[in-house]
Design a protein around this ligand. Structure first.
Ligand SMILES: *Cc1c(COP(=O)(O)O)cnc(C)c1O
Length: 330
């Protein structure tokens, strides 16, 4: 399979917001979309998206993971950008329809069909820097993805940055393009200077998240991560991991913690990044103030893998879906 995010299904689905209402969604062949060069999104970054997956079970049935939570998060993102907010039913049905249309593209496990709803402001007005886009386009792309860990698990190397913020308090929990633009510079500089994969943003020593993934400290019977606030993206993989850890009898701590506490805890405890694309990925090394700290030396990331396996078992239907996270596609 080709690199993550570069292969798309033949069909996508679009809906336009014009004259104060959403128009009927259209399923159509994937093709470039004509767009006015003055469209609000190109100038003032009125854009948000979602990312989640549909899985094919061994019996051939197809199941979407936490559809309604992703729809709700997209509504929250849209509202924070003052974009027209899609109705939950409209968006959920667009997702179900586009997955049904591209059903043959849902790969066998551990692959999945990655789903990418996207909302952009299309109002043609370059004078609208301080006003919202009253026209919008909503669409859902689907992309078959293979096993993220086909080459085996490669633990990540991460730079701890206790100066820069990834985003702002206004948009920290919004899944919007501008946040990735803000994280890109520090991330490229860190790759260049320290050979790391990602930057863990910890402004004023508050351990937050990386450019596109949440951060968790994971032990054999406890998990520690930052509590929900407006500075970071409220990951659904994070929430699912905490729920499963709770089910398994772990102590789940959601509280702020500092870089000093983090460096102390990783002496004997695993750490991981969490997100839909790569599930839970172990962190192997952390660089802070020019010094490299090995995470839980000698461990084989067993604590991370145990929770990752529990999550995968829900995706595949091998573990009972006690939280009602899966929606079957007809
Ligand atoms: C999407 C995203 C995550 C992970 O969210 P999931 O719902 O778990 O996929 C974490 N951080 C950022 C900045 C993100 O954009």
């Amino acid at each position: 399979m080709t690199a993550f995010g570069t292969q798309f299904s033949d069909q996508f689905i679009t809906a336009e917001y014009r004259d104060g209402s959403w128009h009927k969604p259209e399923l159509k062949p994937l093709a470039p979309m004509p767009m006015h060069p003055a469209a609000h999104v190109f100038h003032y970054a009125s854009t948000c998206f979602e990312g989640f997956k549909a899985y094919r079970w061994a019996d051939g049935s197809v199941h979407i993971f936490r559809l309604h939570d992703h729809v709700a998060r997209m509504q929250k993102s849209a509202a924070s950008l003052h974009l027209p907010v899609p109705d939950a039913d409209l968006l959920a049905h667009m997702v179900l329809d586009v997955v049904a249309a591209n059903r043959d593209d849902v790969p066998e496990l551990p692959g999945a069909l990655y789903l990418r709803p996207t909302l952009i402001g299309t109002l043609p007005n370059i004078g609208a820097a301080a006003s919202p886009s009253t026209e919008a386009m909503l669409y859902v792309l689907t992309s078959p993805v293979g096993d993220y860990f086909a080459g085996g698990i490669r633990p990540l190397k991460i730079l701890i940055d206790d100066v820069n913020a990834r985003s702002t308090t206004q948009l920290g929990s919004t899944k919007t393009g501008g946040n990735y633009a803000a994280a890109l510079g520090p991330t490229l500089a860190a790759k260049d200077e320290f050979g790391v994969d990602q930057v863990l943003f910890c402004p004023s020593s508050d351990v937050q998240e990386t450019g596109a993934a949440n951060f968790l400290v994971i032990g054999d019977d406890h998990v520690l991560t930052k509590p929900l606030d407006s500075t970071f993206l409220h990951g659904i993989t994070r929430a699912s991991t905490l729920a499963l850890a709770h089910d398994l009898g772990y102590t789940v701590e959601e509280r702020p913690f500092t870089v000093a506490e983090l460096l102390d805890s990783i002496k004997t405890t695993d750490a991981a990044l969490s997100g839909t694309a790569a599930s839970l990925t172990p962190v192997g090394e952390m660089v802070y103030q020019g010094q490299t700290h090995v995470v839980n030396p000698g461990s084989e990331y067993g604590s991370v893998i145990k929770l990752r396996d529990a999550l995968s078992a829900v995706h595949s239907g091998e573990r009972e879906d006690t939280h009602g996270w899966l929606t079957q596609v007809d």
